[in-house]
Write a protein that binds this ligand. Sequence first.
Ligand code: GDP
Length: 208
Amino acid sequence: MDPLLANPRFVVGAHRIDQLPPDEGTEIAFAGRSNVGKSSAINALMGRRALARISRTPGRTQQLNVFALNDVCRVVDMPGYGFAQVPAAVRRHWDALLERYLRTRRSLRGLILIMDIRHPLTGFDRQMLGWCADADMPVHVLLTKADKLGHGAAGNALLAVRRALAREFPHAGVQLFSARSRAGVEEAREVLLGMLGAGSSVSLMPHL
Ligand code: GDP
């Protein structure tokens, strides 16, 4: 694994934009509805358990959890939720924070959007894709839990999502993923490193 991804360090859980670290360097965000497999995906990509544990601490679910990879690169875990699980007012507040973060954060260079391969392109997913399209932000979709489908069915699901994205959100890439079988982990790491602008040979270069 690229050393850049090997040692993430929790920095802050931000309830508000002004609690985030200074808006410099390079940031990549992970988003996905709750229970979609986001924590497992992040853990598989980083080869660690600490990230997800921190994000799951009660009270930390409704905040942007920021992890530093080095002095200039960060990843941000943006917790989602099932739409039925929270009151409308809380949801609106959280939606507004996510939208503002995605639209205004200058150091944010890409979004990794996690979808359950059996339930892709939910309302939440389309909202995130729309905000990223407006902000000209690269997005890469992980269709996770691919191990739950047979090879052929997973391939068909990938094709269907790829077609829908090409039609509606042509800036977004997509791949199969499984935290369980580890299918697609290397491919996703390459995309993440590409977004960070930090292939292994230049992982410690600042990207300002
Ligand atoms: P989060 O709420 O999006 O962070 O979801 P989690 O990562 O906690 O995963 C939710 C549930 O899905 C857990 O029971 C995981 O074990 C399961 N899960 C996550 N990723 C995979 C996967 O790739 N394959 C399978 N079969 N189950 C998974």
